[in-house]
Every structure is written in C-alpha cells, then in structure tokens.
Design a protein around this ligand. Structure first.
Ligand SMILES: [Cu+2]
Length: 97
C-alpha cells in the first residue's frame, strides 16, 4: 500500500515537473564588460549554472543571450552567476517561445 503511494507520487511529480518545465531564452544586459576577455568570463560563469544549455555573449552589444531550462534554474540564478564573476547583469528581454 505504502509503496504504491510512493510510486504514484513520484509519477505525479515527474509528470507535473516536466509539464511546467520550459526552455526559455533571455537576454541579459551586462554593461560592465570592458574588454575582449570579459565576454569569455561571463560565458563561463553562465555555463556553470545547472540547466543552462546555451550562452551567447556579445561584447559589442554588452549582452548575454542565455537559453535555460526553467525547471532547473531561474533568471535570478543567472544574474547571480554573472555577479559572482564580477559583472552585474539585468534582464533586457525574453524571447517568446
Ligand atoms: Cu575584460
């Protein structure tokens, strides 16, 4: 009886979490990048965040385009990651799915 219940809750959890998980792409403005090495540092910091699947940093535009799974990470975590690497960032735009 108990085992069945546990199994059922695992299934429900797996179903609901995948139902709400979405791959999102956001553009973060990273104004503090001042040389050609900065984008590399920012990119590495963002790639370390679990759930991030793609990072594209543009030094010219001073922005980072990040694709991530919102079941695994949050925009806040992305901002924190760049901040910890020495760069403040803020969400500029989110691409519609
Ligand atoms: Cu630099």
């Amino acid at each position: 009886m108990m085992k069945k219940f546990v199994l059922a809750s695992i299934l429900v959890f797996a179903f609901t979490s995948s139902a709400f998980a979405a791959v999102r792409t956001v553009t973060l403005s990273v104004p503090g990048m001042y040389c050609a090495v900065c984008p590399i540092t920012v990119k590495k910091a963002l790639e370390k965040v679990p759930g991030v699947t793609r990072v594209n940093v543009s030094f010219e535009k001073k922005e980072a385009v990040v694709t991530f799974d919102d079941a695994k990470t949050t925009i806040r975590a992305l901002e924190d990651a760049t901040f910890e690497a020495g760069y403040e960032s803020a969400v500029k735009a989110e691409k519609a799915k």
